[in-house]
Every structure is written in C-alpha cells, then in structure tokens.
Design a protein around this ligand. Structure first.
Ligand SMILES: [Zn+2]
Length: 436
C-alpha cells in the first residue's frame, strides 16, 4: 500500500548538527525556572528560531509559582542521625516529626496492603520509593501523614530533584492546591539503606524540615512557525521544554529535546508544508508543565484547528528502556504506525492521558491528539540530578527518536487526510477545551 506521506520525503536530521546544538544548550548551564540560565536559554532560542527562518517568532510570557529552596533536613531523632537530603519541591514550608513507616513504592496497592493490616498513616512520616512522587504525594497528604521521605536509587551520592504536586490546576494566584500540606525531602541512596535497616529492627522517629519560598515568577514560551501553504489555519505543534531541574545542565532532560526542536526547524526551512507547523519551546516544565498549560490557555481559539502535537522530552537516554509511545487513544495508532515507518518500532503503549508527566498532557486535555515517544522507565542513572551531563547522552538513540518524532509531526503536517479526530483522554486534569 502506498504510504500517504513516505518517510523518505522528510528532510532528514543531521546527527553531528544535532549534537552541536545539544552542546550549545548544555553550555548555557543550569536553566531552572527563574534563574539567569533560563533567560539566557530563551534568548538563545529566539535567535536560533530567527536563524532557522521561522515566521512570527516571539516570546509569550506567563506567570508561575516560583520555588526557591531555603534548606532541608532529615534526622532520625532516636539516633541523632542526620541523613543527606534534598528538598521535595512544592512540599510545605514546615517542620514535622513522627514515627517512620515504610510504604514500598507507595502505589495504591501498597497503601491498601498496609491499611488492611490496620496500620494508620495519619501522623506518620512515610518513607517510600518513587521516581514520580507527584503521582503519590497528594493522596498521602490527604491521609494526613506528617511528612514524606522519598528514597532515591540515584548513585554517586547524588540526589535527584522532584516535585510533589503537578496538579490540581492552580494556574493563577492564589495557586490553589499547588503546595502540598506536608513537608518532604528526598534522601541519598546509601543512607536510605541505613535508615531502612534501622526501621526493620525497631520503631524509629524521623524529623523532617523543608524550607522554601514560594513567589510568583514570570517565564515565557518561545514560539515560531512555518506557515502552511494549503491549510494555514490547521496547525501541528512540535514542542520541547527548555528548563532544567534545580541542579545540573539537563543534558538529556531536556537539552536533547531542544536540540531536536532546533534541528528540525533548520532542516525544514525550505519546506512548504500543507498545514502550519508551530515550534514551541516551553518554559517551566520541571515545576509542572506551566509553559505548555499556558500555551493551551493562550491559544484557545486555535486549538480547534490544531490537529496534533508531538512532544520531545529526554531523548537519547543511556540505557535501553522499552520504546514506548505515550499518547492518548486517538493519537496512539497514528504515532505507533508513523514511528514504525521511521524505523522506531514501538514495543509498548502508555495512556498519555492517565498520568501527568510532561508537555503533551495539556494538549490532550485541550482535545488535541498528542504523543511523546520515549523510553520507559527513564533509564538514566542520574535522572533529575547534577549527573545529567553530556557523557550520558546516547547520540545514536537521540537521533533515532528525534527522527521518529519528527516524522510523526511531518506526517501530520503533510498528509492530505489525517484521520485524527479530537483527543480522547481517559482522565482530564484541567479542562482546557475550547468552546465547541
Ligand atoms: Zn523533561
């Protein structure tokens, strides 16, 4: 069967150029929301979008609830043992102590197993493993726990930075529900073994202190486009976040996605696509996708004509996790088929509307089919820590997934008939749908 938009009609990405773009982003340094590195990266993006010949290049400002750590500590009271820790972002600016209780991976079934044995979580300091603490913290806070101690598997004495609240929505002051009611920290791997050993022998009391300042900040999305030649009012969004977590240069997360976004824009400069292609570099993803949510809020009128979105986030992870398509039900078959034509065989699908993860979520909420090609679980030894540096980026895998992602976008922009309806979320986090 003839393919609607053959893969070899897409201008290909250049691996060397992609790597150079990654180096340029990494050279800027840390790009955490509200820092000079973040603004410097925005300037870099504006000039690169201009250099790629994109039309209508602009920065679109939005407000967000800024986070500034002011110190965190975690102490085993009975043994006066201080554990090395990092603050859990968007946890309460508070101190609390209580009896420690181990909750495994703190999945709903772990909670149910404990409760079925008559164990109360209220007033306890919960010690648990999770690389997505924002998915578990709100439910634990509702059970009136005293504090949360997140256990990291990250090696080399590094502690990854995480947040504990993606939702509820609170996109404007007073930011309802953004800050959890309990304080939290993440503790270092070696010391977590010591702590769990102590906890296995007797009852242990833990004191957790988390100090932070929460204040309104302003960031901006950087946007540019290639106008469609036949259907200019139909849009396809290609997006990647440019901020990093609190520490490190964010080489994989998300220098790689930004490098891919810029490389695609440059290679497609001669293209006269059927539909308009919108290139979006989102701000403040790491503190809960503020940029992409605000993009959807600021473009409500356009969203009805926005046919699809592809997200570029944390490409080129060093260890070979399963190749997954994270997408809503409408987009999933299209993304899987497109990736396969580009030589990226999807091994598993994850419902992109079930978890609040990255910048595809707001588009799905807004009714725009969206996908993120990824490897799962995120196999990076130093994920979200100062160890996310260039030497752990796999250049070949970055090019593979960037190419496959680009083709999903290319096909959406070029196909005469798309066969994509509105997104069908199984769970809507924020209702961003434009009026019908
Ligand atoms: Zn990311």
């Amino acid at each position: 069967m003839a393919h609607d938009v053959p893969f070899d009609t897409m201008p290909s990405l250049d691996g060397d150029s992609l790597w150079r773009r990654l180096e340029q982003v990494v050279d800027i340094g840390n790009r955490f929301a509200g820092t000079p590195g973040e603004s410097q990266c925005r300037e870099h993006l504006l000039s690169e979008f201009d250099a790629a010949g994109l039309a209508n290049v602009r920065a679109e400002p939005f407000p967000f609830l800024g986070y500034e750590p002011r110190g965190a500590s975690c102490e085993v009271v009975s043994d006066t043992l201080a554990l090395r820790c990092a603050p859990l972002q968007y946890s309460a600016d508070a101190v609390a102590d209580g009896e420690a209780i181990y909750l495994g991976a703190s999945r709903p079934e772990d909670v149910a197993a404990l409760e079925s044995r008559g164990v109360e979580l209220a007033g306890k300091v919960v010690v648990a493993h999770s690389f997505m603490p924002w998915l578990v913290a709100p439910a634990l806070a509702e059970k009136n726990i005293a504090a949360l101690v997140n256990v990291t598997e990250t090696g080399d004495g590094l502690i990854p930075n995480f947040l504990v609240s993606f939702y509820p929505n609170g996109l404007d002051a007073p930011w309802d529900g953004r800050v959890q009611s309990v304080p939290g920290v993440t503790i270092e791997k070696e010391q977590s073994r010591e702590l769990l050993s102590l906890m296995s022998t007797r009852s242990v009391r833990i004191r957790v202190e988390h100090r932070a300042e929460y204040a309104e900040g302003t960031s901006a999305n950087v946007v540019g486009e290639i106008r469609g030649s036949e259907l200019p009012d139909e849009r396809v969004v290609i997006g990647a976040h440019y901020d990093t977590q609190l520490e490190g240069v964010g080489a994989a997360d998300n220098g790689t996605g930004i490098a891919a976004l810029l490389e695609i824009a440059e290679r497609w400069r001669e293209l006269q696509p059927r539909r308009t292609i919108v290139f979006c570099a989102f701000g403040v993803e790491e503190l809960a996708s503020w940029g992409s949510y605000n993009y959807c809020r600021q473009h409500v009128a356009e969203l009805n004509g926005t046919r699809g979105m592809i997200n570029l986030d944390a490409l080129g992870l060093p260890l070979p996790g399963t190749r997954v398509a994270v997408a809503d039900a409408e987009m999933a078959p299209f993304a899987v088929e497109s990736a396969g034509r580009a030589g990226y065989e999807i091994e598993d699908e994850i419902d992109g509307s079930a978890y609040a993860w990255s910048d595809h979520n707001p588009f799905i909420d807004a009714g725009v089919p969206a996908a993120w090609l990824w490897r799962f679980p995120p196999q990076h030894p130093f994920y979200h820590s100062a160890g996310d540096v260039l030497r752990y980026v796999n250049a070949e895998r970055m090019l593979d997934v960037a190419t496959a992602s680009a083709y999903v976008g290319f096909r959406m922009a070029q196909a005469p008939e798309l066969g994509l309806g509105r997104s069908r979320p199984t769970k809507r986090f924020v209702d961003l749908r434009p009026p019908a």
